[in-house]
Design a protein around this ligand. Sequence first.
Ligand code: NAD
Length: 503
Amino acid sequence: MPRWCGKLGAAKAKGCDEQMASRIIPVDPFDLVVFGGTGDLARRKIIPALFRRWCAGQMRDGTRIIGAARSERDSEEYRALIGDALAEFAGPAARDADAVTGFLAILDYVTIDATGTLGWSELRDLLNPQRVRAFYFSVGPELFGPLAERLHKHGMADGESRIVVEKPFGNDQSSAEALNRTLTTHFQEHQIYRIDHYLGKETVQNLMAIRFANMLFEPLWNSQYVDHIQITVAETVGVAGRGAYYDHAGAMRDMVQNHLMQLLCLIAMEPPAKFDPDAVRDEKLKVIRALDPVARDDIVRGQYLGDSANAGYREDVGNPDSTTESFAALRVQISNWRWAGTPIYLRTGKRLRARASEIAVVFKETPHSIFGAEAGRHRNILTIRLQPNEGIDLDMTIKEPGPGGMRLVDVPLDMTFAQALGPEAQDVPDAYERLIMDVVRGNQTLFMRCDEVEAAWAWIDPAIRLCEDEALPVLPYDPGSSGPEDALALMHRDGRRWREIKP
Ligand code: NAD
């Protein structure tokens, strides 16, 4: 049994499968401070992710996690708060009382005021300047600047210090630039980790493996062979609970500018020379810079209605006149040699038919059918499913079995990772687990660089202005549907159609 599991008791008892543990490389002891450590994101995602990594044996003795927030409490009270959060959000591993007790023992708490003087000396005295010190900004964006400034002022911005910044990174190009200016006044770019949890998803990283570790696709990965690409991120939930934030953001800012844009970059970028943070991010940036401005006719916006079970969007956000979109569909064009002439359709929305995120690369039909017109029209589609059932489908055309001539049928070659790779694949770390450990290891590949964020805003700002200034209508759609009818028309007019949103 590996040492790092053995020392904390039986690996199994900690939910740490031996075979899995043998592949985990523990990281040197580090200090991680979670600003906003009592907040919703910290309790639901960040601390449970750290707990699961601790259970997996990835943290060596001496590692410390320090919650820092405005409310007054001591470390013991903080551990009790986090104990409850683990029971609620950390899954089966939290049923192991020894594991929970062991993890809670590495937690501390400091009462701190991000905009004042309270707590800063205590925090500095608690940390070890010789080791990696990571500061997670799990607070509202208005506190990013004050936190960076105080960390610097109190001598915590040097050496192996790094900060993790949650989205939103601004709400337009100029606010993103201002935020980047503030952060880079106190920290260097290599110390700043802008987190988009989508990039931590296993299948999103697999996009790069599929493209760049296989010979099969790359020669076909261009406008000569690809008819179009569809990227869908559909949710069944509404915005209740996040209404105040969401009604100012809408789907364009909340989803398209970051998550969908990142997926678009990974699917469309040129092969980087190596799997290195700046090489990958340089290529992503080139894609964003090659995007054409979106035309008015290429955007559809929608807002979900209510039904007998759920409130509609306007009720959810408490604004009867809201014109913010909870659904957006766009037709996007990349003007470069690889993609000229191959449109990319993006679609995201709330309260849709199913929770499903996928990228479909739809290949062109064969130039000539030797089977005649009656064999029908067929094309290969490579579908990369991000959630649920992470995996890949490749639709192939084959002969329909049986006598009676050459009838053709499309069947998927299905590789659901959980089936193909066995039970281990069902236990992949959640996106936050991977990303936080990347921060500690100092690997920025899956984090957005400042120029990437600014370029994404520079592209989407005019589209958002089009929506707002020209009063692009917000079309109502039924909950449980695929969005407004006009989104279907966006593809129909090109002689194409969306893939069905199904779980
Ligand atoms: P929250 O309101 O639940 O928690 C805010 C935290 O900040 C609390 O711990 C509070 O004590 C602390 N805080 C507030 N003012 C402070 C001050 N002056 N000094 C020190 N601490 C202070 O918020 P949340 O939902 O956890 O979100 C945190 C950030 O993460 C926000 O920027 C949000 O947009 C972003 N985010 C949240 C989610 C989510 O699922 N909750 C998802 C993605 C991004």
